[in-house]
Write a protein that binds this ligand. Structure first.
Ligand code: GLU
Length: 505
C-alpha cells in the first residue's frame, strides 16, 4: 500500500449541474494526483436511476474541459479499469453482493416500505440494526426455504449489510485524524435492491474504489458519516490491506453567515454556484455559470484552491503548477470555508491583468460585435491592453469604458462637467493649432506625436490634454491621449478634432 501508485477519483452522480464545491473537490484530487505522480479517475455514480438527469454527465465533462483539469482515465478518457459508469457494472456488483451474502456479512430483507413506515411510527427513532433486525422479515428470521420461495415468486427484496454492534470503528482521515464511531449507532444499510437490480451508492462506491485501485478518497465533508460504514465494508470483503486513506474536505459556507453554501445564496447575492450555465431539463430554469459570467478558468481555480487550504504564506496568486507544488492535503482546514465571492471577483481582476491581451480579445470582440462593431482582433487586443487596468472585474465591463475607441463622439454636451470645465475660451484656437501640428506628422506613433506635441506644449505653455480629450472622447474618460490618437490614426484623430472645433466654437 505505502509504495503503491497514487490513484484518486472524482465520482459525481449525474443528478444536475455540478456544484462549485464539487469543482473544488475535483481540483484537490487533481493537485494530489499530480504532486504524487499519480492518476486521476473520472467515475460516474449513476446507480440511483430516480435521480438521473440527462445532460448532467456531459455538463460535468465540459466543465472540466473549460477549467483545464484533465483526467487520466474514466468516462470519456478510457483506461483498463472500466467501465467507469456504474450503471454499466451491474454484473460486477451482483457478484460482490453474492459474496457478502455467502459469508454472512449481509442478509436479505423483505420488509415493504409500508411495513417499515409502520415500524417507524410505533418505535421512536427506529433503526434497522442488531436490536431490531430479529423482529423484521428477513433471511435471519425466516426459514431458508421460505426465503427461497419468496425470491422465486418474484417478491421484491433488498440486501442489507449486517453491522455488528459495539465496536469502535476508526476512520483514519488525513485532515481530521483518527475519527472514531461506535458501530452501534450505524444502521444495516441497504446495499442492493432487487427492484432495479442495482447496488446502492455505498456498495458500488466501495467495490469500485477497490477494483479501480483507489489509494486515497478525497471528498466533501458530507460523506464523513458514510466513512465508518465504508471501512466496515472494506473489512467485510477482506480488503483492509488496500483500504484507501480518507480525506474529508471542509464544507463551503454561506458568504454572509453560518450554514452550507446553497444555490439560493448565489441567487440572493448575485454570484454563480455552477461552473457553467445550466439549463435544467426538468424545470426549464436557467442558472448562471462562472464561464458565462465572464470569469477566467484560472481565476476560478485559484479562488477555489484557497477555500479550505492555504500554502502557509500570504501568497494568493498561483498557477496550477504552483498549486501542484505547494498543495498539502494534511494542511486543509477542518472548519468550513466561507465562500467569499467578492474575493472571487478580485481573483478575476488579477488574472485579467496577468493574461495576454490577445487571449482576452475574443471575449471583448464578442461584445463589440453585439454592438455592431467589427475590428481586427489585434486592434481589439490593443484596446483591452490600454483599458484593462481600469478596475474592471470582467471583460464585459470594458464596453462602456471603451466605446469611443470605435464610435466618434457626436455631441459634446455642455451638461457634461468635463466638457464645460475643459473646453475653455482658448480651446478652439489651441485645438486648431494642435491639429495643424499633427497633420505634419508622417509617423503617427505615440513616440513621434509625443516628441512634437510635448515640445509645443512646453514652448507655448499650453495645456492641450483635456480639450483634446473632449474632442476625441467627448467626455472625461479613456487612456493616455497619445495612445488613443495613435490607435485612432491620423485621419480619424484630425476628423474628430475638426468636428469638435466646428461644434463647440
Ligand atoms: N457519488 C458521490 C457524489 O456524488 C461520491 C462520493 C464519494 O466521493 O465517495 O459526490
Amino acid at each position: 500500500m505505502a509504495d503503491s501508485k497514487v490513484r484518486v477519483r472524482f465520482a459525481p452522480s449525474p443528478t444536475g449541474a455540478l456544484h462549485i464545491g464539487g469543482v473544488r473537490t475535483a481540483l484537490y484530487n487533481y493537485l494530489f494526483a499530480r504532486q504524487h505522480g499519480g492518476e486521476f479517475i473520472f467515475r460516474i455514480e449513476d446507480t440511483d436511476s430516480s435521480r438521473f438527469v440527462p445532460g448532467a454527465e456531459e455538463y460535468i465533462l465540459e466543465s472540466f474541459r473549460w477549467l483545464g483539469i484533465p483526467f487520466d482515465e474514466g468516462v470519456g478518457f478510457g483506461g483498463d479499469h472500466g467501465p467507469y459508469r456504474q450503471s454499466e457494472r451491474r454484473a460486477i456488483y451482483k457478484e460482490y453482493v453474492r459474496q457478502l451474502l455467502e459469508n454472512g456479512k449481509a442478509y436479505i430483507a423483505f420488509d415493504t416500505p409500508q411495513e417499515l413506515e409502520t415500524r417507524r411510527k410505533e418505535v421512536p427513532n427506529f433503526q434497522y440494526d442488531a436490536t431490531t433486525r430479529g423482529s423484521m422479515r428477513n433471511s435471519l428470521t425466516l426459514p431458508k426455504d421460505e426465503v427461497e420461495r419468496m425470491i422465486a415468486a418474484g417478491e421484491q427484496y433488498v440486501v442489507r449489510f449486517k453491522v455488528e454492534p459495539g465496536e469502535d470503528v476508526h476512520v483514519n482521515d488525513l485532515i481530521r485524524g483518527d475519527v472514531v464511531i461506535n458501530s452501534s449507532i450505524l444502521d444495516d444499510k441497504v446495499l442492493y435492491k432487487s427492484a432495479d437490480e442495482l447496488p446502492t451508492y455505498h456498495l458500488a462506491n466501495i467495490v469500485d474504489d477497490h477494483l479501480m485501485e483507489v489509494t486515497h478518497v478525497i471528498r466533501g465533508e458530507e460523506w464523513l458519516p458514510s466513512a465508518p460504514l465504508h471501512v466496515l465494508l472494506y473489512r467485510a470483503f477482506g480488503w483492509e490491506d488496500t483500504m484507501p486513506r480518507f480525506a474529508h474536505l471542509p464544507l463551503l459556507l454561506k458568504p454572509d453567515g453560518k450554514g452550507k453554501l446553497s444555490k439560493r445564496d448565489g441567487d440572493r447575492l448575485g454570484f454563480p454556484v455552477f461552473p457553467l450555465e445550466w439549463h435544467d431539463p426538468k424545470t426549464g430554469e436557467v442558472s448562471s455559470g462562472y464561464r458565462e459570467s465572464g470569469y477566467l478558468p484560472e481565476a476560478v481555480l485559484n479562488f477555489l484552491a484557497l477555500l479550505g487550504w492555504n500554502p502557509g504564506t500570504d501568497q494568493e496568486i498561483m498557477s496550477l503548477d504552483e498549486m501542484v507544488r505547494l498543495f498539502d492535503i494534511t494542511k486543509c482546514s477542518k472548519a468550513g470555508a466561507k465562500f467569499d465571492y467578492v474575493k472571487g471577483l478580485w481573483f478575476n481582476r488579477e488574472y485579467i491583468l496577468k493574461k495576454d491581451n490577445m487571449e482576452l480579445a475574443p471575449a471583448f470582440d464578442k461584445i463589440l460585435r453585439e454592438n455592431g462593431i467589427e475590428e481586427p482582433l489585434e486592434r481589439v487586443a490593443a484596446v483591452v491592453g490600454m483599458m484593462k487596468m481600469k478596475k474592471i472585474n470582467f471583460i464585459k465591463e470594458l464596453w462602456p469604458l471603451c466605446d469611443f475607441f470605435f464610435i466618434a463622439p457626436e455631441t459634446y454636451s455642455r451638461e457634461d462637467k468635463f466638457v464645460r470645465k475643459n473646453w475653455t475660451e482658448t480651446a478652439t484656437a489651441d485645438m486648431t493649432e494642435l491639429a495643424a501640428l499633427l497633420e505634419q506628422l508622417d509617423d503617427f506613433s505615440v513616440e513621434s506625436q509625443k516628441a512634437v506635441v510635448d515640445r509645443w506644449a512646453e514652448e507655448t505653455g499650453k495645456k492641450p490634454w483635456n480639450p483634446w480629450r473632449v474632442a476625441l472622447v467627448g467626455t472625461g474618460k479613456g487612456p493616455d491621449m497619445y495612445e488613443l490618437s495613435a490607435f485612432l490614426g491620423k485621419e480619424e484623430t484630425l476628423r474628430r478634432m475638426r468636428k469638435a472645433v466646428d461644434t463647440l466654437k
